[in-house]
Design a protein around this ligand. Structure first.
Ligand SMILES: Nc1ncnc2c1ncn2[C@@H]1O[C@H](COP(=O)(O)OP(=O)(O)OP(=O)(O)O)[C@@H](O)[C@H]1O
Length: 229
């Protein structure tokens, strides 16, 4: 599903955020990317959804090297990738329903598909009862659910999430994680950067640990800190 090969990333200011990273993620996996602040998690996550290009190396997603995509090919690639970031990036003057529907409309989905799939996506993340509200009328956790619904509505094969539970209380975070796990059980690959030790230790999924731009641990059914307790 994702093959990151010899990827390095230096920002224009000279900071070396990733140093010759190699990672292979199989279809259907659930992968946590953890590590101290500044370790390179967001950089790796954002490279995987082609927000920007690495300084060197290749990133193959579903067989295609996304570092070689032409600018006009990027939107097509993104249709297959659901992206959830901590800053919600919702349209504040539109309803919850419209925010999710918009993700389908921009790719030209027929109206009947939109009317069928938007309620389904809202149901999966447990926010159907707020469909008519505007994002400002919702709590942070509810807004994050809307983002998740928007990310899954086009039935992507891959979801990339950067701190989707950041700033949320533990109960709300658990709700978001349950929704993500449900989506994963249906076959969607999930890659998620997080600082949330409790979530990582509870879920026992694959854990990739970054430190200072290097992958220092890669464990199946891993935990946040190897030597804790
Ligand atoms: N746009 C940028 N320009 C210059 N340097 C950057 C930029 N974005 C990140 N960096 C630097 O790259 C390194 C890795 O940053 P990154 O955001 O990937 O870390 P992170 O592990 O996601 O951290 P955090 O947990 O704090 O979000 C850091 O040293 C950071 O200061």
């Amino acid at each position: 599903m994702i093959e990151v090969q010899r990827v390095s990333m230096a920002y224009p200011n000279g900071v070396s955020a990733l140093k010759n990273i190699n990672v292979c993620i199989e279809r259907g996996e659930f992968v946590f990317v953890v590590g101290e602040s500044g370790a390179g998690k967001s950089t790796l996550i954002r490279l995987m959804c082609r927000e920007f290009l690495p300084t060197s190396g290749s990133i193959r997603v579903q067989g295609r090297d996304i570092t070689r995509l032409k600018r006009r090919e990027v939107p097509l690639f993104r249709r297959n990738v659901g992206v959830v970031f901590q800053d919600f990036r919702l349209l504040n003057n539109r309803s919850v329903y419209d925010n999710v529907a918009f993700a389908m409309q921009v790719i030209g989905a027929p109206g009947r598909e939109v009317r069928r799939r938007v309620p389904e996506a809202l149901e999966v993340v447990g926010i159907s009862h707020k469909a008519k509200m505007k994002p400002q009328e919702l709590s942070g956790g509810e807004q994050q659910r809307v983002c998740l619904a928007r990310a899954i509505v086009n039935q992507p094969t891959l979801i990339i999430a950067d701190e989707p539970t950041g700033n949320l209380d533990p109960k709300t975070s658990t709700g978001i994680m349950d929704a993500l796990k449900n989506i994963n059980i249906r076959g969607t690959t999930i890659v998620m950067a997080t600082h949330d030790k409790d979530i990582v230790d509870t879920m026992r999924q694959r854990v990739l640990v970054l430190s200072n731009g290097n992958i220092v641990r890669d464990e199946k059914r891993g935990v946040y800190c190897q030597h804790a307790n």
